[in-house]
Design a protein around this ligand. Structure first.
Ligand code: FE
Length: 175
């Protein structure tokens, strides 16, 4: 939508300050090929590269990277998920579509799924925006545990300590 009122100086930058309560912006260059240690290895050949860990709105953005074929943990989302496949492809056992390279995926609240990387995919990388939590369940919906932005931050602290970046390294991604 264009502004309803005329703008006499359309090419001048805004002079108003950032609101006092606003959090700091974040720009991370070269997210796909920066320091390998930033990729937190969750399990064998499965990594997450945190981008924005938002503790006041309860969401996070990340790059999920998988370098093996197989099934990842079954889970339910009480809140929406957005995904963009940057490399490779994957599908859910519960759906008949395939998220190919370049695909955007919206997962509605209430969605339960089991992510699977098919044979023949050497590497899968997907950007995810996840709100709320991953609620791990058995096939009948019985709870097995959860992850949320806070457990992810603790995982990052432990991993970054182990690889020598230090527990505080994750703080730059927290808003
Ligand atoms: Fe999911």
């Amino acid at each position: 939508m264009l502004p309803k009122l005329p703008d006499r100086n359309p090419f001048e930058p805004a002079r108003i300050p950032l609101p006092r309560e606003a959090v700091k912006e974040m720009v991370i260059p070269n997210v796909l090929d920066d320091d390998e240690r930033i990729w937190v290895e969750h399990r064998d050949q499965v990594w997450t590269r945190p981008l924005c860990l938002n503790v006041s709105n309860g969401y996070w953005t990340e790059l999920l990277r998988v370098r093996k074929s197989g099934v990842l943990h079954r889970h339910r989302h009480p809140n929406p998920v957005h995904g963009l496949v940057l490399k490779g492809r994957w599908h859910y056992l519960e759906h008949d579509w395939v998220a190919e390279e370049g695909s955007y995926v919206f997962e509605p609240p209430g969605e339960t799924h089991t992510l699977t990387v098919p044979k023949g995919v050497d590497e899968m990388i997907t950007f995810f925006h996840v709100t709320g939590c991953l609620y791990y369940i058995d096939p009948d919906g019985n709870p097995l545990g959860y992850d949320d932005v806070f457990t992810l931050i603790e995982d990052c602290r432990a991993y970054y300590t182990k690889v020598g970046l230090g527990a505080d390294f994750v703080d730059q991604f927290i808003r």
